[in-house]
Design a protein around this ligand. Structure first.
Ligand SMILES: Cc1ncc(COP(=O)(O)O)c(C=O)c1O
Length: 442
């Protein structure tokens, strides 16, 4: 694996690191262009769920479990099922158009991720994608080779890799700080050796939400000759990253948490894919798009996924974006800056609650808009049920980050309360959440 032609990519830092603006007053402003603040009314007008009578009055704070899908995705799914639900890529019109839609999803999402269309792979879920990827990577590993996993990850980016011990691979664990839940970069230095072949880590945790310094960790791992696999599921909804600038060889996330259909997307660097095992049918090995998707593509969902890019296009145009150049960066900054002010409000509020233990960083700049806590007042399930009575949709449990919850000294059987939001969350909804928390935590 050492010496694979996957070196020397652009390592420029992005806003998606821990360098984003932090304070409440500045957070409402666009970090580079103070005139570009999210028009949240416009954003919400692009989501059918906000016009759905049965959801009226409910504030969605379980976005880390699944976001609302945007209108272009819903429309394309509907149209595909009505008009194009035939085998794609044949010469008759419905089939040709179906194939064109699928290809367009590769192209359009690749644009927002800074990669090529061939590097984009759609699978049933991130759990399935990491599972297949681990099988495909297995052939590059020899007994005694070392891989580094974390205990901050969702199990999707953990178990599949840890099971490689069956092949004689040595698993080394990068452990979180038990008080803060953070992965400290100094510890990575101690884990990297000349036998390290792989580093797998999350861009952000789905529980403590700390934004990990991926570019720095990836640079260290790559310098040691390792491949870097990043689970971006808990980060991507807050702004699709420019993947090359992160230095990851593989970047995975889930479209159903990112305003799209129930699919997983993985970016696999073009120089890596040919070294991986072919996990698809043998006669399809020549086609990079089929090598890592043994389940076969869900045609309609792949076809509809381009709707996410169309939504981002509309958002950018509404906020004055005039060309495709720089659009991806403008959109990620727009999403992030919209969340930061509200995130600070929620964190400031929780800091005043003596019964609450916040998990993860207290500073908005260091985390995604996912906020987990435990409280002496009642178990998480009861807190979430009481919040539901106030029409607040919240989650509870360990969210498949069981190792992390345990490392934090929290009983995984009851887990944590999780409140997660995205750019379309309104100030009024956060106000309703704080009022509900006041009642529930009293
Ligand atoms: C951080 C993280 N990684 C991976 C996953 C698994 O994603 P999927 O449901 O697409 O398998 C989740 C799902 O909640 C997650 O939050």
């Amino acid at each position: 694996m050492r010496g694979l032609p996957i070196r020397g990519r652009n390592m420029r830092k992005t806003l998606c690191g821990s360098t984003a603006p932090s304070t409440t007053s500045r957070a409402q402003q666009h970090p580079m262009n103070p005139h570009r603040q999210l028009d949240v009314t416009f954003a919400r007008s692009q989501f059918p769920a906000f016009a759905e009578p049965s959801l009226e009055g409910y504030a969605h704070f379980e976005n880390a479990g699944g976001s609302y899908p945007c209108a272009p995705v819903v429309q394309r799914l509907h149209d595909y099922y009505r008009r194009l639900k035939v085998q794609p890529y044949y010469a008759y019109p419905a089939s040709t158009e179906a194939g064109e839609w699928m290809d367009a999803s590769h192209v359009r999402l690749a644009e927002y991720l800074g990669v090529t269309a061939e590097e984009v792979h759609f699978g049933p879920s991130t759990s399935q994608n990491t599972y297949v990827l681990a099988q495909a990577l297995r052939q590059l590993l020899k007994p005694g080779d070392q891989i580094i996993v974390t205990n901050q990850d969702h199990e999707a980016n953990s178990g599949a890799w840890r099971r490689l011990t069956r092949e004689g691979v040595v698993v080394r664990e990068w452990c979180v700080d038990p008080a803060s839940g953070e992965l400290q970069i100094a510890q990575l230095d101690a884990l990297l050796t000349d036998r390290t072949r792989l580093l797998v880590m999350p861009h952000a945790s789905n529980v403590v939400a700390h934004i990990n310094p991926i570019a720095e960790a990836a640079a260290k791992a790559r310098a040691a000759g390792a491949i870097v696999v990043v689970d971006g599921v808990a980060w991507a909804p807050h702004g699709l990253p420019d993947v090359p600038s992160l230095g990851a060889d593989v970047y995975l996330f889930s479209l159903y948490k990112t305003y799209g259909p129930h699919q997983g997307l993985m970016v696999v660097h073009r120089d890596l894919i040919e070294h991986l095992g072919n996990e698809g049918h043998y006669f399809n090995a020549y086609d990079p798009r089929k090598r890592l998707i043994p389940a076969g593509a869900d045609h309609a969902q792949v076809a509809a996924a381009q709707g996410i890019a169309e939504y981002f296009d509309a958002l950018d145009a509404h906020h004055g974006g005039k060309s495709a150049s720089g659009r991806a960066q403008r959109v990620r900054e727009l999403l992030r800056s919209a969340e930061l002010a509200l995130l600070s409000e929620l964190l400031d509020y929780l800091a005043t609650q003596k019964s609450v233990r916040l998990l993860g960083p207290a500073k908005a700049s260091q985390r995604a808009a996912t906020v987990s806590f435990v409280t002496k007042v009642a178990p998480p399930e009861q807190i979430a049920a009481r919040l539901a009575q106030h029409k607040i949709m919240a989650g509870h449990g360990h969210f498949y980050a069981k190792r992390l919850v345990e490392a934090l000294g929290v009983d995984a059987a009851s887990g944590v309360v999780r409140l997660s939001f995205v750019h379309y969350t309104s100030r009024e909804e956060v106000g309703a959440l704080l009022a509900a928390l006041d009642a529930v935590l009293a």
